[in-house]
Design a protein around this ligand. Structure first.
Ligand SMILES: Cc1cc2nc3c(=O)[nH]c(=O)nc-3n(C[C@H](O)[C@H](O)[C@H](O)COP(=O)(O)OP(=O)(O)OC[C@H]3O[C@@H](n4cnc5c(N)ncnc54)[C@H](O)[C@@H]3O)c2cc1C
Length: 456
């Protein structure tokens, strides 16, 4: 009896931590806190009935349709490490070799050049455009630390044509953004660092490749889609998970934090907000109005995903998919050939495509009704790939606030935000809103956050 009481006391003496948000950032933070300090008591609150946030898989008519992220690259260690440590290695799924080939639609569908020789012969750039790219090592170096857009950075280093074709397509594919509306150092810190460290992107890439000499990354995902990972990961972390709870406010007094909504009031020693910035802004409105304003200022790009399934399709879909340039004026940002990338996404001979619509390029289109989105997807598929067949399955997912858009000034804003947060002991912010949107970034930032929380 006495022993029982002592144990109970010990239990209550352990730090209690609340994590708000059950996306990959919240779950990975919980996982690493438990790794570093297993005795910590964690309660994770999730607004929706399912965990995962932007990582969700829908099963429909024999198709596995991803609402958001598809996978992660293996050349950064973070997600792979989490997968292994959390006992999820058995569900890892490597993308098929066929999916190494990527396409860009500018004037027509062309293979993305992956070697210097392919670059010299690609019709995607004119001779003048190619010569300008080759001039990159001699382009003047930016000496100041002022932020600049990806467009300014690209025009300076590799010229207008390369920026308007390659960087434009790439930033639409990763951030659903445009070169003019995103900060180069915030969105592509490693590329910008090459200029700073080596004076040239080419020189930097060559030197780094020699130093690192490792194989390039392979796209990885999970058998049964990303939701299988989220489910298994959450089952393998010893924490309390409370779903269907929309946390509304956070208060603080001398005894700690109080999380609250109309049905719940709970006290914790520490709180981690792993919510999108606009949600964190709402939760912190009363406690820290200035911080809340800064958070609310982080812009999000709307993006819609239309899953298009065919029971039969003659197109071989040999590749990863395509990204369209802005100047191509197509109704899609790109089309991913999901059943070719991960073979379990469609049963037997079925084929699955996912069209991405809207982003910063056309934010209004992303939020149109389903019929308009479906028509845009089918028109985009027809215009870029020549497929004019009525699909057998259609699924639409609208992300009103899909991906944080790291505008010029983002790094300074995040610095300000983190300085304000640091003033409140026991409060932490960790989600894709601040220092990287890729799954690898989210996991590595979650690990850092967990270390900070437990003082590891
Ligand atoms: C269409 C799309 C495609 C993508 N593709 C890729 C890809 O292929 N590869 C890649 O690496 N990345 C990709 N990404 C990016 C990546 O998926 C995200 O950056 C990442 O999943 C974000 O995780 P997060 O936990 O930070 O935020 P979220 O996933 O947004 O999670 C936040 C969670 O907080 C919950 N929440 C919000 N408010 C509250 C509240 N008040 N109370 C309680 N809970 C709350 C939400 O419901 C949500 O579950 C993609 C993103 C999108 C939108």
């Amino acid at each position: 009896m006495k022993r029982g009481k002592e144990e109970e006391k010990m239990k209550t003496n352990h730090e209690s931590i609340a994590i708000v948000g059950g996306g990959i950032s919240g779950l990975a933070t919980a996982f690493y806190i438990k790794q570093y300090k297993p005795e910590t008591k964690i309660t994770l609150f999730e607004k929706e009935s399912e965990l995962g946030g932007k990582m969700k898989t829908i099963k429909r008519d024999g198709f596995l349709i991803e609402e958001g992220s598809n996978g992660f690259l293996s050349n950064k260690p973070d997600t792979l490490e989490l997968v292994k440590l959390s006992g999820c290695e058995d569900i890892l799924l490597k993308s098929s070799d066929e999916a190494r080939k990527r396409f860009i639609y500018d004037k027509k569908l062309e293979v993305l050049p992956e070697s210097p020789k392919a670059f010299l012969t690609t019709p995607l750039l004119s001779l003048k455009g190619k010569i300008r790219v080759l001039y990159e090592p001699f382009a003047p170096i930016k000496r100041d630390n002022k932020d600049e857009s990806l467009q300014e950075f690209g025009y300076r280093r590799v010229g207008k044509e390369m920026t308007d074709v390659f960087l434009d397509a790439m930033v639409a594919g990763i951030y659903a953004s445009t070169p003019a509306s995103i900060s180069a150092p915030a969105a592509f810190p490693l590329v910008v660092k090459l200029e700073k460290e080596y004076g040239s992107l080419f020189k930097g890439m060559i030197k780094k490749r020699k130093k690192e000499a490792g194989p390039g990354g392979v796209l990885m995902s999970f058998k049964g889609g990303v939701s299988t990972f989220i489910k298994k990961l959450s089952q393998n972390i010893d924490i309390d998970i409370i779903k269907d709870i929309d946390i509304k406010t956070l208060q603080k007094d001398e005894k700690g934090f109080i999380l609250q909504n109309e049905n719940l009031k709970m006290r914790f020693d520490k709180v981690i907000l792993s919510t999108p910035a606009y949600e964190s802004a709402k939760i912190l409105k009363d406690l820290m109005p200035k911080l809340s304003n800064e958070l609310a200022d982080i812009e999000y790009s709307p993006i819609s995903i239309v899953g298009v399934g065919y029971d039969t399709l003659s197109h071989p879909l040999k590749g990863f998919g395509l990204l369209a340039t802005t100047r191509a004026k197509k109704s899609v940002l790109g089309v991913l050939w999901d059943s070719s990338i991960f073979t379990d996404r469609a049963k037997e001979d079925k084929k699955l495509l996912r069209a991405m619509i809207g982003g910063q390029r056309d934010p209004k289109l992303a939020l149109q009704d389903n019929e308009t989105l479906i028509n845009s997807a089918l028109k985009g598929i027809k215009d870029t790939m020549g497929i004019d067949k009525k699909p057998d399955t259609i699924y639409v997912k609208k992300h009103d606030k899909g991906i944080p858009n790291y505008r010029v000034g983002h790094i300074k804003r995040v610095e300000n935000i983190m300085n304000m947060v640091d003033k409140i002991e026991g409060l932490y912010l960790n989600s894709n809103a601040y220092k990287g949107i890729g799954l690898n970034d989210c996991v590595s930032n979650s690990k850092l956050c967990a270390k900070e929380v437990v003082g590891a």
